[in-house]
Design a protein around this ligand. Sequence first.
Ligand SMILES: O=C1O[C@H](COP(=O)(O)O)[C@@H](O)[C@H](O)[C@H]1O
Length: 263
Amino acid sequence: MSPERRVLVHADKETLAAAVAARFVRKVRDLIEEFDEATVVLTGGSMGIAALAAINSSPDRDSIDWSRVNVWWGDERWLPKADDERNEKQAREALLDHVPLDPRRVHAFPSSDEGLDLDAAARSYADELVAAAPRNASLPHFDITFLGMGPDGHIASLFPGHPGIRVTEETVIAVRNSPKPPPERLSLTLPVINSSARVWAVVAGSDKASALGLTLADASIDEVPAAGVEGRRRTLFFVDGDAAAEVPENLIDPGQFWTGADE
Ligand SMILES: O=C1O[C@H](COP(=O)(O)O)[C@@H](O)[C@H](O)[C@H]1O
């Protein structure tokens, strides 16, 4: 495992979500203080949304200047805008609707009722990424990218055995035949995820233990897409005790409250 990857184990889902929230608030505050803005990429899924809900209920939530936060998504389910299963809708309900974001800084994926087909929607989000990139760059600078991980090791909408995990020439792909409903999705590709300064994977539950063990043993990304995740500065796996069951002892960070020079 790369030395830049760390596994931080928390007792249960609630303490895990609260720990992620506390670290997020601190880091985003610091980023805004230093750079006048912070850019985060959100995930859907059980713990991704639980982490957002924990940020929303954090006593320090309002210490962030939310008007300086840029929001993107790592993947989206191809559904109408108001569908309860859309990652965007869940994120809005858990956090985004409760904080004073600048709507111009919130970059949701297109939805299936906006008149685009799936491929055009992928191209549209790719164009949006380019438009937001600083001069001489092809992507925005992402400070923190959240990921969940499915029991099969999928991250964003990059699934085991699907060609999407190997795509390097595109920034956004249309996903068809997803093994997890809905079958059609949109996803950032692995190089885009890994362009993030920090990747924070939030993983809980015994059904994730095997995939997490394989991820940290550097399994093939075709079998376990999460094994390919590597933020430019740091990759943190925030996990609960159940998900950590197959993580070798020596990979577990002894200081779960670790604060590195750059978290
Ligand atoms: O469908 C999705 O699944 C993954 C993992 O979800 P989980 O419920 O097993 O934690 C999630 O990261 C992704 O954003 C989402 O679209």
